[in-house]
Write a protein that binds this ligand. Structure first.
Ligand SMILES: Cc1ncc(COP(=O)(O)O)c(C=O)c1O
Length: 399
């Protein structure tokens, strides 16, 4: 048999974050006391009022198909949230509700990309963007943020990367994996380039609620009419409401793009889960106390983790302002030897940490920064304390 397979499918790299988390889970199951810093999801349960709403949805028979792009009630709740929290005016017909943020982003790429279109992705980046772009027929173009600039790209760097094939920029603030937040001024400069060179901005604001200290979340589309027209804003309930398993994400865009995404979704998946949609209305419209509590706890862990990591040898860490990740430069450590052998890469370092110290960290080669690792603080402070102690012991062994 010589039947061929899809080249596009074969070009997709499996998610390395999921692979490491799976290996750590396997070790845990076999009795090893693993500390997992890989988590990309809150360790809190979904707030009770949201769970109760889901139970009510089931008990009252809200278990059938809904309109493919989401219920009117949920779109109204999202429209209100866009207005109150983001200062954005998206009417319900400009909103598409999807099966999680990943699905919402996939819809966006498929709605705007033609074969060979270039999509600028600032690095470090969330590892799914390049794969999503390639699957939609686009070409990822990476622009590297510098440590000195908080791993963010500048408007000048962006402008230099623009060609006549540039179709879009993917912006992610607060950022996974760095936890960095773009300021209003930085966004204004980026928006000016997008307007001048006429390309779309895909603004992934999945962590918008998780910003600490004095930083404020700014939606790039809120800056002016011209950038609003070119931006597709994407968010979801996964991270802010501890609802990763419920799979609700959404977009705000022009009506024209919303119609395209809605049409595709109507054939590919139909509506997102009706029960999760019903519960999401409660999440957005109901009390926000639990969200604030989770945020406070994340902030406490962020401060603790940053202070401890900063004091470790051979590491360089920048203080994150949002999300729940700490991004660490291990360039010095990877030049050293462990058990008589040079480490050489953050992947090898992560392997040694998992095998010998039972600590799972995410090496960031697939995020575009091979000498860096990402630690998540979406685990308890006790676990963080124990895990960081082990990393410290490991670093002391390096020669
Ligand atoms: C930056 C970013 N965008 C989008 C998503 C997707 O979220 P969801 O779980 O809703 O698909 C994630 C999840 O890790 C993320 O980190």
């Amino acid at each position: 048999m010589s039947l061929s397979l899809s080249q596009k499918a074969m070009d997709v790299k499996p998610s390395s974050t999921l692979a490491i988390t799976a290996k750590a889970k396997e070790l845990k199951k076999s009795g090893v006391d693993v500390v997992g810093f890989g988590a990309g999801e809150p360790d809190f349960n979904t707030p009770k009022n949201i769970c109760d709403a889901a139970i009510k949805a089931i008990e009252t028979g809200f278990t059938k198909y809904t309109p493919a792009s989401g219920t009117n009630e949920l779109k109204a709740a999202i429209s209100k949230k866009f207005r109150d929290f983001n200062g954005l005016d998206y009417a319900p017909e400009q909103i598409v509700v999807s099966n999680g943020g990943k699905h919402a982003l996939t819809n966006i790429f498929n709605a705007i990309i033609n074969e060979g279109d270039e999509v600028i992705i600032p690095a470090p980046y969330w590892l799914s963007y390049p794969e999503m772009v390639k699957l939609s027929g686009g070409v990822p173009v990476f622009v590297f943020g510098t440590k000195e600039n908080g791993y963010k790209i500048t408007a000048k760097q962006l402008e230099e990367a623009v060609t006549e094939k540039t179709k879009a920029l993917v912006l992610n603030s607060p950022n996974n994996p760095t936890g960095m937040v773009y300021s209003k001024k930085e966004l204004q400069a980026i928006a000016d380039v997008a307007i001048k060179r006429d390309f779309y901005v895909i603004s992934d604001e999945m962590y918008e609620n998780l910003i600490y200290g004095n930083e404020k979340h700014v939606s790039i589309a809120s800056l002016n009419d011209e950038i609003y027209k070119r931006t597709i804003t994407c968010s979801g309930l996964s991270k802010s409401y501890a609802m990763t398993g419920w799979r609700i994400g959404y977009t705000g865009s022009s009506v024209e793009i919303a119609k395209l995404m809605s049409a595709m979704q109507s054939h590919l998946t139909s509506n997102p889960n009706s029960i999760a949609q019903f519960a999401s209305c409660e999440a957005l419209n109901g009390p926000q106390d639990d969200v604030e509590k989770m945020k406070k706890e994340f902030d406490r862990r962020r401060a603790y983790m940053y202070d401890r990591v900063k004091a470790m040898p051979y590491v360089d860490v920048s203080k994150p302002q949002g999300a729940f990740y700490v991004f660490i430069d291990m360039s010095k450590a990877v030049e050293l030897s462990y058990k008589g052998e040079k480490l050489g890469s953050a992947s090898k370092l992560a392997q040694c940490l998992l095998n010998d110290y039972a600590v799972a960290v995410i090496p960031c080669a697939d995020f575009g920064f091979p000498n860096h690792i990402r630690l998540s603080y979406a685990i308890s402070i006790g676990q963080i304390e124990k895990g960081l102690g082990r990393i410290e012991e490991f670093l002391k062994e390096l020669q």
